[in-house]
Design a protein around this ligand. Sequence first.
Ligand SMILES: [Zn+2]
Length: 248
Amino acid sequence: MGFLKRRRPAGLPIDWREQAATSVTWFDPMVADEQERIGELAQRFLTEKDWEAANGFALTDEIRLTISLQAALLVLGLTFDHYRMVKTIIVHPTTMVWRGERAGPVPGLRTDAPLSLLGQAAHAGGPVVIAWDEARRNARHPEHGHDVVLHELAHKLDMLDHVVDGTPPLDTQAEHDRWVQVCTAEFEAIRGGDNGDLLWDYAGQDPGEFFAVATEVFFDRPQDLRAHNADLYDILSSFYRQDPAAIT
Ligand SMILES: [Zn+2]
């Protein structure tokens, strides 16, 4: 009997820790048991969800791993079951341009102007669509406060109660009331146009986009978000059961 090479279950590459240390900036500073939990969650995301590439594009280990790691970060304090609305991830090489006719910026008028989309998770049960070049850049540069993977998956958490209204399922009515109060105040400030540039204008589109954008900033620039609006940081911290401002 020789040494049997132990086969790792299909999914994470054997050197996933080294890859994680270079592809996502938040991995290295984590404590060992958090890294272990990230690995478990990423493994499940990678193997239990369906992956598709856009026409003419091929998925690589790096693509699947980076997106799965970001997915793991979002639910590190929650459960993998929070991704039950996620079935399929479709990866495009770069920003998609949507040319279909749709409602335009002027009420009642339709437009067919090309619309650039970094990602999409608009329909319950529909796929999560990710632009890879953006996802890759975001994972390495959190200082910009954008993360397309966290954004689209936040929409999927929002959908858990079957409405995309910027409020994911919360445990108590008191938490729900506080959530609505804190988010509405910030949302109105953004729409008023006098709110600094931490939460980008797109957050003022509707409450669903507000939650997705706030999630990006919560994970990417937690200390800035806490300084900007401690109540908003606090409710996100309670929901995600994470305190990223304390780590970085
Ligand atoms: Zn969105």
